[in-house]
Design a protein around this ligand. Sequence first.
Ligand SMILES: [Zn+2]
Length: 245
Amino acid sequence: MAGRARFELWTSSMSIKGQVFEHALLRKRIMRKETCPILVLLIVIIAVVVLYMQSGGNSNDPSLFDNEGRYDSSNLNYMGVIYTDQADILGWSGGYSESDNCPWGAVHNGLDFGFNNESIVIAAAPGFVEEISWTDTGPADNVYMIHVSIRFNETIQIGYVFEPWTTDSSGVDRQIEMLDIEEGDWVAKGDTLGEFLKLGISAHIHFAVYDGEATCPQPFFSDEAYIEIMSLVHSYQPTWNLCYP
Ligand SMILES: [Zn+2]
């Protein structure tokens, strides 16, 4: 009996020693598993910093926007019109409205310029071409829209939506080919963005100013440009304002 008890004691101490040994091995394995993700994370952080520095500081974060002294971005109060000749605009059907209490009876977050085919479209303000993209808005007369987004400063971004008014998808490529700009370009006020492709009767450019959210463009125009745009509006709609609350 005594011999058997001693034997059991011996095996249990062996197994305790075995467990301790196994724990040590396990800890080593865990440490290896922990070091691996930390290394990957470090490599990713270094890569992001290097890429950010190469991009000249213009990341997708608007708060880091830097125009590197190209123009005065402190206050946009010198915006121009987006056409070179008032005769290129064939109609005025809608300005900016925050409710349906306006002549066109619907909320509309921008100004619609009914450009003639192949008319020159110019930049209303300087900025960085953040995005050129297109959308398929589904079954309608006006399916394809080409979006050009130009950032002026940390908060103000200007959108030019080219609406050729077509259900033919080839209109997207044709309109993009008629643009003189690419994503990543800097434009000055008055620079040519491209020519307008008019394929349908109601083709136009939807022009919108975003200051956080879409806002009435009126305060951003220079006095001269505001007089010019109101002479355009009143040539088609003698009693209309540019914006309605
Ligand atoms: Zn519009």
